[in-house]
Design a protein around this ligand. Structure first.
Ligand code: GDP
Ligand code: IMO
Ligand code: MG
Length: 433
């Protein structure tokens, strides 16, 4: 069953883009299955940096076909801008990039609502990317959204937009003091984008099932991370979609029985952008030091990422809710200069010690990390291409992560470039799963 799913095992920005690009070399298809332009996946190839938001991270391999699945929320402006930039840099996109007709559209009304809700005093600040993600999924669940295929039917679009705006304009005018919108103006913008967007529409669910039947290699690419998942994340400080492996089936049209391997990507430490509890977060001085070493600034919003030690309570939980077959541990090199490393193995909440991830934010916000100290390796790891070439303390750290998380290390990343990688699990080399 040559279908591989790659998900984030922490709070996003684990280096999924690098890992997907690397594995995409062997893939026939790379498929994004959830999220939208809130994602920022940086891929470094031959010294060139590419930041992908909606386009799957397989686009830099000329032979690989790329699909934006039905589970993704697609912002037409953002998508067309990204495609334009890639094309200008010599990446051939036409004929290699397809969008599901069932993908919901993120419209200016969703972005306006996201910004208004984030800026409003009465609302909880989530620290969203303001890319309209949650309002688009709200309209999808509220059954007033527009899907890509609908764009061919102006009357239906106008009627859906009118229904959606009936409620939204009351909020804009009376709650947020923001400008109201009309269905006609929105439709004009959609119609303009439709001309450029519709050529990318294809029967992607059919394509993927045919690909599976003929033994083609398919990689399903997650955005965000398990702890931002709408069900399993640190609710309400989460994104609006299923970033865990279950979302790979509902977001592509490939049934769960087709998926042969789930790879979870985690950094050798932890980061989080936006609000919400983060038990292993470092004090401001060490937070800043790790941020500079790891270049931890958001690739979508430019915000400083909050930094901390690896959280093995959270990782254990991510291993379970995704059914991870292996871990890709990234940015090991960022810890190269540390004489000593800490790792969070449990939480103290009042007088209790927790080894499991609590379901409520209130409990997690009170959790104090129980950390263990491990020997650092204080040596460069960027040149290592096998585990044996890693310093002993680095290998010990990886074994410690395995013991505590319950998953095997399948891949280690020691730099942003493709070559700076150690593939441990032979199944990932031959795509045998
Ligand atoms: P994603 O959202 O999960 O794809 O991650 P981001 O691209 O937002 O953030 C990860 C950052 O770390 C990117 O700038 C990558 O180029 C970079 N990166 C990925 N793997 C490594 C690694 O092993 N070492 C270092 N130093 N940087 C890495
Ligand atoms: P990638 O794919 C890190 C965070 C936001 C905010 C919360 C909700 O690059 O790993 P949203 O805009 O989705 O409503 O924001 O989720 N967030 C991310 N954090 N990486 C991401 O994507 C993220 N996408 C959303 O900062 O806290
Ligand atoms: Mg990112």
């Amino acid at each position: 069953m040559p279908v591989l799913t790659v998900v984030g095992a922490q709070w996003g920005d684990e280096g999924k883009g690098k890992i997907v690009d690397l594995l995409a070399e062997q893939a026939d298809y790379v498929v994004r299955f959830q999220g939208g332009a809130n994602a920022g996946h940086e891929v470094v190839v031959g010294g060139q940096n590419y930041v992908l938001h909606l386009v799957p991270s397989g686009i830099l391999h000329p032979r690989t076909l790329n699909i934006v699945g039905n589970g993704v929320v697609l912002d037409p402006d953002s998508f067309l801008k990204e495609v334009g930039e890639l094309t200008a840099r010599g990446v051939k996109v036409k004929g290699r990039l397809f969008i599901s007709p069932r993908a919901h559209l993120t419209l200016p009304l969703h972005k306006a609502l996201d910004a208004a809700r984030e800026g409003s005093k009465g609302q909880k600040t989530i620290g969203s990317t303001k890319r309209g993600i949650s309002p688009t999924y709200m309209d999808k669940a509220g059954r007033v959204g527009l899907r890509l295929a609908d764009v061919a039917d102006p009357d239906y679009c106008l009627s859906q937009l009118k229904t959606s705006l009936q409620e939204k304009n009351v909020l804009f005018r009376h709650l947020y003091g923001a400008k109201t919108l009309t269905a006609r103006t929105l439709w004009k913008e959609i119609a303009r984008a439709a001309h450029d967007l519709l050529p990318y529409m294809a029967d992607t669910e059919g394509m993927l099932n045919a690909a599976w039947s003929s033994g083609k290699r398919v990689l399903l690419e997650g955005a965000q991370g398990s702890l931002l998942d709408i069900d399993f994340g640190t609710y309400p400080y989460v994104t609006a979609s299923n970033a865990t492996a279950g979302g790979a089936a509902t977001g592509t049209g490939l049934g769960p029985t087709r998926i042969g391997y789930v790879l979870g990507v985690c950094k050798a430490y932890a980061t989080r952008v936006g609000e919400g509890p983060f038990p292993s977060e470092l004090d401001p001085r060490r937070n800043q030091a790790l941020r500079e070493l790891g270049g931890e600034y958001g690739r979508t919003t430019g915000r400083a990422r909050r930094c901390g030690w690896i959280d093995l309570v959270a990782l254990r939980y991510a291993v379970q809710v995704n059914g991870l077959d292996g871990l890709a541990v990234t940015k090991l090199d960022v810890l190269d200069s540390f004489p000593e490393i800490e790792a969070c193995v449990a939480y103290r909440v009042g007088s209790r010690t927790l080894r499991h991830f609590p379901p409520t934010t209130a409990e997690l916000a009170r959790a104090k990390p129980v950390t263990v100290r491990l020997k650092g390796w204080a040596r460069a790891t960027t040149g290592a291409r096998t585990q044996a070439e890693l310093p002993k303390a680095a290998r010990d750290y990886l074994r410690f992560i395995e013991r505590e998380s319950g998953a095997k290390v399948a891949l280690v990343s020691v730099g942003a470039e493709r070559a700076r990688t150690i593939t441990v699990d032979p199944r990932l080399k031959g795509w045998r799963f």
